[in-house]
Design a protein around this ligand. Structure first.
Ligand code: DGL
Length: 280
């Protein structure tokens, strides 16, 4: 095959996106919006979710299996859409792959470091992401004078998955979680978990207008576009009619995944296939 033809084929290859379950769809959604020509292969580890309370070793093992599966789909780049997996496993994954890999933590941290005016940044995320201190590390790597305070908000994930996006129960829990951050007077808050952008309005209302909310899903899609541009990998053409532009794979409960996906994505999901991820 000629080098030119090979590069054209590489450009039209899909991007692999993975998460512990449905949450990473907030990242997939941003990619669909910002780079609409791209094809995606999404994997949600619905059999083994949540990752947020598991150890680094376990999350890294799971992430490596998923990456091996995505490689069989001939992806041209990989997006680690899960904050916990980005916190724990990104370095290992990067070392193993020779295609571009991007996680959600760095892009969010970068924007937060630029956005803060009073030098106080809050991070809300899973227990795993908070205890890894990864956001603090990146932000202080950019500006060591920024004070970063993390708060684990484990109940947000089930509340979102139960569809309680605008509900007094969610308000009450959010008020409890966020009061600490309000007392410290942060002016920037990172929504450091895939699910949190879906309750952004509740979080924003409680924190107040003076607090800038950073959505790593949005920032990651923006950085992904730049990365693909730099690597000359952007897909120049719309995928041909009838090709499956977006493909979804899960490790369990495909119907539940489909229902959730259809509630947040503009495109109706035709199918989500179950695979045995332990085989990879
Ligand atoms: N996707 C996870 C994250 O962003 C949240 C859900 C989980 O705990 O697996 O950290």
């Amino acid at each position: 095959m000629s080098a030119k033809r090979e590069q054209t084929e590489r450009k039209s290859a899909p991007i692999g996106v993975f998460d512990s379950g449905v949450g990473g769809l907030t990242v997939a959604r941003e990619i669909m919006r910002q780079i609409p020509n791209e094809r995606l292969v999404y994997f949600g580890d619905t059999a083994r979710v949540p990752y947020g309370n598991k150890s680094k070793e376990t999350v890294t093992k799971f992430s490596r299996q998923i990456v091996r599966f995505l490689e069989t789909q001939n992806v041209k780049a990989i997006v680690v859409a899960c904050n916990t997996a980005s916190a724990y496993a990104l370095d290992e994954i990067e070392q193993e792959l020779d295609i571009p890999v991007i996680g959600v933590v760095k892009p969010g941290a970068k924007v937060a470091a630029q956005a803060t005016r009073n030098g106080k940044v809050g991070v809300i995320a899973t227990a795993g992401t908070i205890s890894s201190k990864i956001y603090t590390e990146y932000i202080q790597g950019i500006n060591p004078d920024i004070y970063v305070v993390g708060k684990a908000c484990p109940l947000f994930v089930p509340l979102v998955e139960e569809g309680l996006l605008k509900d007094p129960v969610t308000d009450e829990i959010a008020m409890r979680y966020l009061s600490e951050l309000k007392d410290i007077d942060i002016d920037t808050l990172i929504l450091g978990c895939t699910h949190y952008p879906l309750i952004r309005s509740t979080i924003g209302r409680i924190m107040g207008e003076h607090v800038t909310l950073v959505n790593p899903a949005y920032e990651t899609a923006r950085e992904l576009k730049e990365l693909l541009e730099k690597e000359d990998l952007l897909n120049p053409m719309e995928p041909a009619l009838g090709t499956n532009q977006y493909q979804f794979y899960v490790s369990d409960a495909a119907d539940k995944f489909k229902t959730f996906a259809n509630s947040i994505l503009k495109y109706g999901i035709l199918s989500a296939k179950i695979i045995n991820i332990e085989e990879y």
